[in-house]
Design a protein around this ligand. Sequence first.
Ligand SMILES: Nc1ncnc2c1ncn2[C@@H]1O[C@H](COP(=O)(O)OP(=O)(O)O)[C@@H](O)[C@H]1O
Ligand SMILES: [Mg+2]
Length: 355
Amino acid sequence: MATEKPELLRVEHLRQYFKSGHAVTKAVDDVSFSVKNGEIVGLVGESGCGKTTTARSVIKLYNITGGKVWFDGELISAGTWDEQEALRQAKAALKAAAPSEKAEARARLLEAKAKCREAEAQSKALRKKYPTVTQIQMIFQDPMASLNPRMTIKEIIAEGLRIRGMKDEKKISDMVMDVLGKVGLLPEHANRYPHEFSGGQRQRIGVARAIIMEPKMIIADEPVSALDVSIQAQVINLLGSLREEMGISILFIAHDLSVVKYFSDRIGVMYFGHLVELAESDELFARPLHGYTQSLLSAIPMPDPHYEKRRKRIIYQPPQYTPEEEADLALREIFPGHFVRCTAAEAERLKGQAQ
Ligand SMILES: Nc1ncnc2c1ncn2[C@@H]1O[C@H](COP(=O)(O)OP(=O)(O)O)[C@@H](O)[C@H]1O
Ligand SMILES: [Mg+2]
């Protein structure tokens, strides 16, 4: 079972906020998950819910706002949001403190300030120590947009090796030919240009460019969303074979559940910057607990006329939480390995329903 393998990626309380003027977009807001060695994890949610931002934060294209990311046992990124939040609270507490409590509140504020400075230093040190993560490679939705039209396939695939400083032309050629074979392309494709290929073939080029770097993990960001349905399965099978043959872990991002269903060991569902449900695939499909997951499932057509006749599209209506409930929302484990973002009271209710 996948659950016994050691973790390759661990993301804890990740926050990625974007400021523009006074407005703040909380693109990723307290997201935690892991990907084990050799595991395929699906990340699903509608457009704009923060999937790409999560991926870009993990590979260090952004300085993360908050939370921590571990890769292969090493802490590679740390944000400072939690410490800054504690500092904000300490400041507010000092302001509100009665005269007799001021001294203690002031001491707490100093402590919070020191912790903030420590966190900032750690965040900066990690940016310096791990400026990029080449052990994680990305594959993108639109292969054409990510392939330079003026470069041959060989040059595109070899680019990462050259950036890494490889100069041995013979070795580069051998490696390119090797990965072309692995992704189902032919040696003579090496000297052609991206426009000479179909969408599915271009996505194979994208995969070749990623695996030549010998990554431990691939993040595939909607890699089949732009492809014909008939081609989607081919690319998905190719990614599946990378896991089988090379042991590569995959974080597979998609906007609907049907694509990831048969392919993922576990699935995380995102909604407005939050991870709202996380479970093994079969479990998620058999027992979806979050209203948003239920609505996503209800949108999947099935090749069963009886089911189709009964299938009702559920429209998700987010519950109205009080500010206290809102503050209590967290990802909670309802059944072993099955997590839902809910309040403590909701968690008790969900656990009770199963009995
Ligand atoms: N660089 C950025 N600056 C400001 N806002 C951004 C940036 N990148 C993404 N966003 C916003 O963050 C939210 C999540 O975007 P994204 O991660 O691309 O979603 P998804 O990949 O799930 O469609 C969106 O509201 C988007 O507009
Ligand atoms: Mg996206």
